[in-house]
Ligand binder design. Structure first.
Ligand SMILES: NC(=O)c1ccc[n+]([C@@H]2O[C@H](COP(=O)([O-])OP(=O)(O)OC[C@H]3O[C@@H](n4cnc5c(N)ncnc54)[C@H](OP(=O)(O)O)[C@@H]3O)[C@@H](O)[C@H]2O)c1
Length: 343
């Protein structure tokens, strides 16, 4: 076992600004040997999440920072090669915290325990997208965070993203009167309406967002799913209806070079004067109910109410180059890197 090659993308220096490919270096090493409680996993898919940029900062944000010389952490799908953990057996497909390596030691503890994947007729990669972080955050965020109900006008930023497009579809399922997306460029806006099924889309790169919201939601926005933060959040606070709800899911506009240093919205007193509710979401807090969320999402997909979009790139060598595209522009839906087929 230890003679097998294990390719690894290691952090070579702490990135400044946007991640550059040479912030990582490719090395080979022995396949790690599992200890009691460990599972040796052969990686199949790497998922791309903007939060990976936060883990590359000095303080790591809400998780342990990736150290210089350490492999890059990711959410991923793999296949168990060897198990010293009851309940996991060679051949099982699993999803959870893995890393940009061919072989990873994984454990069942931590904020997102290693999840054994059910046998299914749908593609295994869907467990990182629609049934993974994006889909599940959209589910808990729209249903329990925003509590979207019939008649609501809902706005979703980063509407082509893995979370945003699902959030919009769920809002429609729950009976929202109007679902408005925000995306970058006319082509992406067209996608948001024609493919993801939103009622309207605002182009944040060329439209006056405040003016467009006045046209599209003259009576105000009841629920805002915020993936972007910054000035866009301030514009939305002006556009909210009294008693509106705002869910803080992400802050793409910060670039996540230090997500915790940016000041909050200048006009936060609107939360008082409109009696808005502002709440955060972190999927970790819902980890024990992931099977429930995935089951409901699966039912909606099977009923044809929820579309599935993913963009899969092939090849281990591309791992670092894809990460900055989350911030600079990528295809709609969940971005994944396929590194191997199951055996
Ligand atoms: N709290 C949680 O538990 C949780 C879980 C999942 C995701 N999130 C957060 O949700 C957000 C979206 O993640 P995702 O996985 O859905 O998206 P994604 O698939 O990674 O795509 C990135 C999205 O961000 C948009 N974007 C990038 N830079 C932007 C900017 N400066 N201004 C406006 N939009 C920008 C892109 O839109 P364009 O292509 O249109 O520019 C794209 O839709 C992220 O902030 C992420 O951290 C949080």
């Amino acid at each position: 076992m230890t003679t097998m090659t294990n390719r690894q993308w290691l952090l070579s220096r702490r990135p400044e600004g946007a991640v550059k490919p040479d912030d990582f270096r490719l090395e080979g090493g022995p396949v790690p040997v599992p200890d009691d409680g460990d599972v040796l996993v052969r990686t199949l898919y790497f998922g791309y999440d903007a939060s990976q940029r936060i883990w590359l900062t000095e303080n790591g944000g809400y998780m342990k920072p990736i150290g210089i010389g350490e492999p890059m952490r990711c959410m991923g799908i793999g296949q168990v090669v060897e198990s010293r953990l009851p309940g996991y057996a060679p051949g099982d497909l699993v999803e959870g915290f893995l890393a940009w390596q061919d072989y990873v030691i994984a454990r069942a503890d931590g904020p997102m325990p290693l999840r054994k994947l059910p046998n299914s007729s749908y593609p295994v990669s869907w467990n990182l997208g629609i049934f993974g972080v994006g889909g599940l955050t959209a589910y808990f965020g729209v249903v329990e965070g925003l509590k979207v109900r019939a008649g609501d006008t809902v706005v979703i930023s980063a509407a082509t993203g893995a979370t945003g497009y699902v959030a919009g579809a769920i809002a429609k399922i729950l009976g929202a009167k109007k679902v408005i997306g925000i995306a970058g460029g006319p082509e992406k806006c067209r996608w948001v309406i024609e493919k993801a099924g939103f009622d309207a889309c605002i182009d944040y790169k060329s439209d006056d967002i405040g003016a467009r919201l006045q046209e599209l939601a003259p009576e105000g926005v009841n629920a805002y799913f915020d993936n972007v933060g910054g000035p866009m959040l301030e514009t939305l606070l002006y556009a909210m209806a009294p008693l509106g709800r705002v869910l803080i899911c992400g802050a793409m506009s910060t670039g996540y070079t230090d997500a915790f240093k940016d000041p909050g919205p200048k006009n936060y007193m609107l939360i008082c004067t409109k009696q808005l509710t502002m709440q955060g979401i972190l999927l970790f807090f819902h980890a024990d109910r992931i099977p429930q969320g995935a089951q409901q999402l699966g039912q909606w997909v099977a009923e044809g109410k929820l579309p599935v979009f993913e963009h899969v790139v092939d090849g281990f060598e591309h791992a670092p180059a894809l990460l900055p595209t989350l911030f600079s522009g990528k295809e709609p839906g969940k971005l994944l890197l396929k590194v191997a087929d199951p055996q």
